[in-house]
Ligand binder design. Structure first.
Ligand code: ADP
Ligand code: MG
Length: 471
């Protein structure tokens, strides 16, 4: 830790005392009380918080006030950044006061924020997010089998009967969490192992790039030298056709023959995967294929309480029960509602109560979705124009269908961060120049056709509203 100011913890404690008078009691308890300092110099202030949510919330809502108070205390204007370290949470009630000795505790493991991959150690596999651990995974009836298999695989990769391990289930049920937990746990047990963890889109685009750049040797070296290959959302791999599938087939064989572990997640069981070749299907059946089911009420409540605890908040049982009862669809939605509730109570300076939870679920609306996927935009547009979904993404050149398709592509580009290549892939395997053409044709029509522009704007707004309700 830097030595300037002299005692950074004490200086931060003083800042906190001032901040306590500038923000609401609830906000202070939720967001400021669990903070610690890891670096405090004239140039840099690194504030450690217990969760990504806290970091985002502080950054978005309180950065300026933090800067002001720091200036008042130190007459300096350091750059303020946030780091996540779950060790600083949970702060269960009663929480320590700013001047308590807790602030003198030194930090051990820091999780850098603002990168997609939150790592615990410099040599941690960069594709693993260390927040997704077995410890933070709540076990319930719907996921206990998948969890047990994942745990066994992490302990003895390639040496159990679960090779490959194929985990499937709906959106937001914890597939990625479990996949990453395998990687994190295996790494912690044996850091020398080579763990490759990628979404299937990455495997796909790496492969396509390697063909383009004529360096398939490097591609193969990367994927075939893994001790553990973790592939997320494998369903996207089989939409692209033969070459990718053949490449994956050989990667699979090379790894499996050498006793290396393969784990895949998917949105459906392998036999329902359209376009999956028989030879791969039979290989998937060599190991274990296990579903993750939506959590039951008890598990939903346990998850809510655990997420609250990670954020340093005590969630009254009746509030957890209310949210758990109300939101049964998936864990991501549960999390979203909880964050929304925490934010609501903080802004309005009210207790976490059933009444506040009722308000929040009403605000989020009955049909909100946490997933702004390409598919959800396609569905929305298909409904709007009354075109069957498969026709929307088909090769049909009928003018009204092609126009609806162009609008769907345009909205996807506006509302998501998916690369054009991915958008084309999801729209009937079109290439990226077709997507560019579609987007441009919408823009052009918007510029001279007012009613068209209004109708596209309205769609954008409607779908965007769902998006904003995410968290
Ligand atoms: P999927 O990959 O199945 O769409 P994720 O793994 O991304 O879902 O999970 C969505 C969110 O819900 C993540 O923040 C994850 O940590 C959380 N989550 C899902 N299942 C659990 C669980 N059993 N315990 C704790 N958190 C969970
Ligand atoms: Mg996932």
């Amino acid at each position: 830790m830097d030595s300037d100011p002299k005692d950074p913890n004490e200086t931060w404690a003083r800042c906190l005392l001032t901040l306590e008078h500038r923000v609401s009691k609830q906000s202070f308890g939720n967001w400021f009380r669990p903070t610690r300092i890891s670096t405090f110099t004239h140039e840099t202030l690194v504030i450690t918080v217990p969760s990504v949510i806290s970091a985002d919330w502080l950054k978005e809502n309180y950065l300026q006030i933090i800067q002001e108070v720091v200036f008042e205390e130190t007459q300096t204007r350091p750059d303020v950044t946030f780091r996540v370290n779950r060790e600083v949470g949970p702060r269960l009630n009663p929480a320590p006061s700013p001047e308590s000795a807790g602030y003198k505790k030194t930090e051990q493991t820091m999780l850098p924020l603002q990168t997609e991959n939150v790592n615990q150690k410099p040599d941690h596999p960069p594709s693993l997010n260390s927040l997704y651990s077995f410890d933070s995974f709540v076990i319930g009836e719907g996921n206990q089998f998948a969890h047990a298999a994942a745990h066994a695989v992490a302990k003895s990769p390639g040496k159990t009967q679960f090779n490959p391990l194929f985990i499937f289930g709906g959106v937001g049920l914890g597939k990625t969490h479990l996949l990453q937990a395998i990687g994190n746990s295996a790494f912690a047990l044996k850091p020398a192992q080579k763990i490759v963890c990628v979404p299937s889109e990455k495997f796909l685009s790496d492969f396509i790039d390697s063909l383009k750049n004529k360096n398939t040797v490097d591609f193969r070296r990367l994927y075939r030298s893994a001790d553990i290959l973790l592939i997320d959302d494998i369903q996207f791999l089989f939409m692209r056709g033969e070459h990718t599938q053949t490449e994956f087939f050989h990667t699979f064989n090379a790894l499996h023959q050498n006793g290396k572990q393969i784990v895949m997640t998917c949105d459906s069981p392998p036999e329902k995967l359209e376009g999956l070749e028989e030879r791969l299907l039979s290989r998937f059946q060599w190991g274990l294929i296990t579903p993750i089911e939506p959590p039951d009420l008890e598990t939903r409540i346990a998850i809510l309480r655990q997420k609250a605890e990670i954020n340093g908040i005590t969630l009254p049982h009746e509030v957890a029960a209310f949210l758990g009862n109300y939101i049964s669809s998936n864990v991501r939605d549960l999390e979203g509602a909880l964050v929304h509730l925490m934010a609501y109570c903080s802004v309005h300076n009210t207790e976490l109560s059933v009444q506040a939870a009722k308000y929040v679920v009403k605000e989020r609306g009955p049909g909100f979705t946490s997933e702004l996927t390409i598919e959800s935009i396609q569905k929305h547009v298909a409904n709007h124009f009354d075109v069957p979904l498969d026709i929307l993404i088909s090769k049909s050149r009928k003018q009204d269908i092609a126009q609806a398709r162009h609008i769907a592509m345009y909205l996807t580009k506006r509302l998501t961060k998916f690369p054009l290549k991915m958008i084309g892939l999801k729209f009937g395997n079109r290439d990226h120049s077709t997507v560019v053409h579609a987007i441009n044709s919408v823009k052009k029509k918007q510029s001279h056709d007012r009613s068209f522009r209004i109708s596209v704007d309205r769609l954008l707004e409607n779908i965007g509203r769902q998006y904003q309700n995410r968290d």
